[in-house]
Design a protein around this ligand. Structure first.
Ligand code: HXC
Length: 510
């Protein structure tokens, strides 16, 4: 009996060593942790339960039968993050470069299936040379099996991808279909075709970092939602994100104990809006002052900074925040900010996370580059996302809410539950100057008349009361009481039930 127990321990020990000491050292030398070290750091200490430790590939081509490492280049199983269950896979670059074989894919599919069945998130740690070249189409089939499960799991359980090494070819498409992608600076890359192929086909000379590094994907392409300095920071931050999320679409996000007075008054907010309507101010200040303990988790911090998307808590409950940022492009809506916010709103709605919208928007960004890029379709994404969302929606207009952007930003007309405005709000078709120049075109040569018309327009429309008189604004509130008002609003909506008409699925303008 002892021998049998020892054999198990010996086999486990070999499996734990993955591709062997030399390759583990090489991994460390690149500043990367091993697949196992990553799982250990991601999960609560001692909570990891492994599946398929001994699963090996079945390939016999290219002499592969001589080398059949236990686990086949991916570590899979489940564990907990602050006591809440998650499923995890972690690709082991020390075994055939973490490449995906038929059996490697089967292991990932197994935990995807279990996550769906048992209602818990899937966290994928990607570090892989892509399809296992020796296996050919069997490996491609494996990828597609994983993709299909990503698609089925979308909107059912949260799916989070960490990119912690190369991620090339079709391998990028599994992360691309998950809810969030996080990368590690200087050691992770994502591209459909690498620099060599790019050079051959297009003659472009580009480094892997430029083509698909963390900076590219968080600032330019928006493929990734965040980038971290190293593996440890990335894993710690994913733990923090998981704390904001429900385990599945039928569960509520966890309620965290809070030590912050929900009725906290912030007098400094009464002077947040500058006297000059064209002067920007930092919308993050409002978010920080509204959130429990000033704690927030930003998504896509480095992309389309004219809109902020983040998670906060109010009375311990998760709330998704979408906020125009006046310090960047005056907080206007454009292609990038519409896409960014639309995806965030849809994530929140899919997982029953209430949405707080903070509005200071001068309208959509004009110009040929926007129109040629399809701002109509992209803007419509955000409009559509807000309009279809059935979660509690609370909106606060701090200053400008002009034109179509007023409608888009969770207005009353898109089933906003509580639509508040500060006394500084200006809800109008456009700014006073632009409006005057159109409706009083005949007076354009007369500066005095134009100034009088502009003043007249401002007096009549640059305020929240016209909208409030019609009931489009539920109440004009003091800025200092925003946290209190918003917290009470969400508290009153905890049992909200709203259902869209039956349909197979909608046809959001993609
Ligand atoms: C099998 C692979 C492999 C692969 C790497 N290895 N990629 N084995 N299949 N795809 C092995 C290497 O042979 C090596 O084995 C070990 O992993 C480490 O690789 P190195 O090249 O030494 O490491 P490094 O210099 O860090 O380079 C990493 C790399 C490079 C950039 C990922 O290995 C690479 O370019 N690999 C091929 C990438 C690729 O073209 N994949 C197919 C993409 S197409 P030893 O024994 O020496 O340690 C694709 C289609 C999917 O994925 C489509 C789905 C729809």
């Amino acid at each position: 009996m002892k021998d049998i127990l020892k054999e198990l321990e010996d086999r486990r020990e070999v499996a734990r060593m993955g591709g062997g000491e030399r390759r583990i050292n090489a991994q460390h030398a690149k500043g990367k942790l091993t697949a196992r070290e990553r799982v250990e750091l991601l999960l609560d200490e001692g909570s990891f339960e492994e599946f398929d430790t001994f699963k090996a590939h079945r390939c016999t081509d290219f002499g592969m039968q001589k080398e059949k490492p236990a686990g086949d280049g991916v570590i899979t199983g489940w564990g907990t993050i602050n006591g809440r269950m998650v499923y995890v896979f972690s690709q082991d670059f020390t075994v055939f470069g973490g490449s995906l074989s038929e059996t490697h894919a089967e292991k990932i599919c197994k935990i995807q299936d279990m996550a769906m069945q048992n209602g818990a998130p899937v966290i994928g740690i990607n570090d892989s040379g892509g399809a296992r070249i020796q296996e050919g189409v069997a490996s491609l089939a494996g990828y597609a099996e994983v993709f299909q499960r990503n698609i089925m799991a979308s909107g059912v359980v949260p799916q989070i991808s960490l990119i912690m090494g190369p991620c090339a070819g079709g391998a990028v498409y599994s992360p691309a279909m998950t809810d969030f992608i996080f990368m590690v600076k200087d050691s992770s890359y994502m591209f459909v075709t690498g620099p060599d192929v790019v050079k051959t086909v297009t003659n472009e000379v580009v480094t892997a970092e430029e083509l698909g590094g963390a900076s590219t994907h968080t600032k330019k392409s928006s493929v990734a939602d965040g980038a971290f300095e190293n593996d440890i920071e990335a894993l710690t931050e994913v733990r923090r994100l998981v704390d904001f999320l429900p385990l599945n679409n039928r569960d509520k996000a966890p309620v965290r104990p809070f030590f912050d007075e929900p009725g906290r008054i912030e007098e400094s907010l009464d002077t947040l809006i500058p006297e000059n309507p064209n002067q920007p101010y930092d919308m993050k200040e409002l978010i920080l002052k509204v959130a429990d303990e000033g704690d927030y988790y930003e998504i896509q911090e480095d992309f389309a900074k004219n809109i902020i998307t983040c998670f906060i808590r109010l009375e311990g409950q998760t709330v998704g925040v979408v906020a125009n940022q006046p310090t960047v492009l005056a907080g206007c809506l454009d292609i990038d900010s519409s896409r960014k916010a639309a995806r965030f709103v849809r994530f929140c709605d899919a997982f029953e996370i209430p949405i707080l919208t903070l509005v200071d928007v001068p309208g959509f960004l004009p110009g040929t580059s926007q129109e040629y890029g399809g701002v109509i379709k992209h803007g419509a994404k955000l409009l559509f996302a807000y309009g279809e969302a059935t979660v509690p929606k609370v909106t606060v207009i701090t200053r400008k809410a002009y034109g179509g952007a007023y409608d888009v930003m969770a207005s009353k007309h898109l089933r906003g539950d509580f639509n508040y405005a500060w006394p500084t709000a200006e809800i109008a078709v456009m700014g006073a100057k632009g409006a005057t120049e159109i409706i009083h075109r005949a007076d354009l040569g007369d500066a005095e008349k134009i100034a009088a018309h502009t003043q007249d327009y401002e007096d009549r429309f640059a305020n929240p009361f016209v909208a409030a008189e019609r009931g489009f604004i539920d109440e004009v509130i003091m800025p200092q009481s925003t946290r209190k008002r918003v917290s009470r609003a969400f508290a009153s909506l905890r049992n909200k039930k709203l259902q869209n008409p039956w349909k197979k699925h909608d046809n959001i303008p993609l």
